[in-house]
Design a protein around this ligand. Sequence first.
Ligand code: GLN
Length: 547
Amino acid sequence: MTKFIFITGGVVSSLGKGLTSASLGALLQSRGFTVRLRKLDPYLNVDPGTMSPFEHGEVFVTDDGAETDLDLGHYERFTGVAAKSTDSISSGRIYSTVLEKERKGDYLGETIQVIPHVTNEIKSFLEKKEEEVDFMLCEIGGTIGDIEGLPFFEAIRQFSQERERGNCIFVHLTLLPFLSSSGELKTKPTQHSVKELRSIGIAPDILVCRSEQPIPTKEKEKIALFCNVNKKNIISATNLDSIYYAPLAYFDEGLDTAVLKVLNLDTRKEPDLTRWNDVCSRVKNSEGLVRIAVVGKYTQLEDAYKSLSEALIHGGMANKTKVETVWFDSGTFEKKSKTETLNKFDGILIPGGFGKRGTEGKINVINFARKTKIPFLGICLGMQLMVIEYARNVAGIIDANSEEFEEEDLKKSGEKIIYHLSHWFKGQNLEVREKIQDKGGTMRLGAYPAKIKKGSFAHSIYKTDRISERHRHRYEVNIKFVKNLENKGLHFSGFSIDGQLPEIIEITNHPFFIGVQFHPELKSKPFEPHPLFSSFIKAALEQTRLV
Ligand code: GLN
């Protein structure tokens, strides 16, 4: 029978609940258990797909095409278990399901209330089974005390109550602030947070306490006493140089052992930590340094490109090198001469993005990278702009542009090189999208297979001619322009299976100039760096050796 681990947070947000959940998942795997991780978000958006990356960080896309919280990215990177649409839920989704049911008459005669209708819906989400796993880890977004979070806390309380004892456990993450004036770690906020949790009927079994310093035994005893938690179950979580040290750090602190003990499971068998020892030694023993410039639009908030920054680190790990990523706002390069400042970088990357703002700056950057032969990777919008740049500057299509930007200007839109995709095949099914459709969940989303041309650079990177990568976009390179561009030296080395949608572009006579319509960063893991990132960093590393 699946055991449920509920992970909640208190005191402040951003304590790293997602990383704690992901690390615990990885540790349970190392003990031979199967795991799934789920995120329950109290916000009212149906999914984060329509939220600005400034608001909520990156939107993580699953294989089955759901736009989910970035924590699902952590889960996948740490456990290798591909996240699914059923692993992410928000209040918005719960309420809209309840309201739909109400309209259909499913609750005919009843008064619809948070308890039991909303809480029942949350519980049925928790029970949704994909396949039987040993552990289901469920993280509740936000912090205890948030008004929106209450139905979720109530639902997990009921859920644990309805199961036989020993099948659910509660892990609560809090903060122990350090007061430099008194030189003390303060336990009071944690006490208050636990009090709040207990007042709604949840008694935590394990407390994970974030602090800048290791927690002295005396403080642990105090927390245990005041919070009514076993002393051995007070886990200290100090700041780490790399998030990839977290699983081993939690192992040293005994987090997984504590979980197993609370659940009365055998703790004698030693875990196999080879994977994480190897990951840590790659992080620790990196020799070189490559500097990558990422030119994007949401660069003030690193979380907006979470998977991307991690994938670059993974690419570094594959080459035993450190990657220093420097973020630039694309507006900086609207003046062409400004691109010269990128000369000191070993590689340049343009990630995905939306809307016209900053695109001309990005096109200038692409032009610079192509001419100066600095390794360059373009992702999604990045690839579309590479096509536009090449079309304008090499193929002589001077007005080349994307429908996406011209629409914003309300100009007439003729046959565009990057056009709005209105229909395509997902397996056997025809997907159709109108331009004036709802914005939520209406892009080409999720994993699609693609074929790669033998003999191409992309083929030498992937070492296969069939790949599957995740997408999230509305616009696409127009197949009608492909022949002309090919004749001028822009090679299309990857296509959708039906050959209609260009997926990968590259040029020869350049150490690395590749554009991909999909998001390879979503599939990269520290123990399995994505080949595109490994080879991009390799090319960048070779660049450093040239100077
Ligand atoms: N804005 C572009 C599109 O919708 C690219 C999207 C992206 O980069 N994810 O096609």
